[in-house]
Design a protein around this ligand. Structure first.
Ligand code: C5P
Length: 221
């Protein structure tokens, strides 16, 4: 057996991060959450008062910001210039601005380079929007994971817990808007790679999906 790379792409709230983390555990691979990197740039921009609409300023920030993902027992940590920003990247404010930030070429180029470096030695499960199509087109296993918009909003709603000063309906709208921007952007939009295996997770358990992907991963390694 030789280690491979596994790309898991799909829209917001499809369960990618949970599934990717469990697949990585089962195969003893490293889990890389690429969304966390776009979120870190967005969170730092907001904290520094850089308007998310200002492509040039946000691009400059991304080029100079050192975003590092640290795999850990209690989940992945995200560092921006050495500061742990993990707890600050999942706010409603970041949710609402991240897809705009992720349209910028300078931001995407910087993130994709870092992601390719992390996958160089193989043995990585990477989740995102453009991993199978753009970041790792040679990944040995590609999965496109989705679920109905309703189910995806419900999952995110439960995840947000007491931070939920947002209604399910509003969350559904936010997710739909994020998906639209991710699909319609010019650079590396969200789409299913022709060679990606398709999974609709609606009504299926996480365990079933993880088992399926782990089996494919073993067969390909
Ligand atoms: O996966 P997550 O929901 O945390 O991603 C947040 C946002 O980051 C996405 O909505 C998308 O705009 C952006 N993203 C991206 N490319 C990736 C991963 C995330 O554009 N590979």
């Amino acid at each position: 057996r030789h280690p491979i790379n596994i790309a898991i792409d799909g829209p917001a709230g499809a369960g990618k991060s949970t599934v990717a983390r469990l697949v990585a555990n089962a195969l003893q691979y490293i889990y890389v959450d690429t969304g966390a990197m776009y979120r870190a740039v967005t969170a730092v921009a907001l904290e520094r008062g850089i308007p998310p609409d200002d492509e040039e300023a946000v691009g400059r920030l991304a080029e100079n910001l050192d975003v590092v993902l640290l795999p850990g027992d209690e989940g992945q940590r995200v560092l921006a210039d050495g500061t742990d920003v993990t707890s600050r990247i999942r706010t409603i404010e970041v949710n609402r601005n991240v897809s705009r930030v992720a349209t910028y070429e300078a931001v995407r180029t910087k993130m994709a380079e870092a992601q390719r470096r992390m996958a160089k030695a193989k043995g990585v499960v990477m989740d995102g929007r453009d991993i199978g199509t753009h970041v790792l087109p040679d990944a040995e296993l590609k999965v496109f994971l989705t679920a109905t918009p309703r189910e995806r909003a419900l999952r995110r709603f439960k995840e947000m817990g007491d931070q939920a000063n947002i209604t399910l309906k509003q969350l559904e709208r936010d997710i739909a808007e994020r998906d639209r921007m991710d699909q319609e952007r010019e650079i590396a939009p969200l789409l299913r790679a022709p060679d990606a295996k398709f999974i609709d997770s609606t009504g299926r358990t996480i365990e079933q999906i993880v088992d399926e992907i782990v089996e494919w991963g073993r067969a390909a390694s």
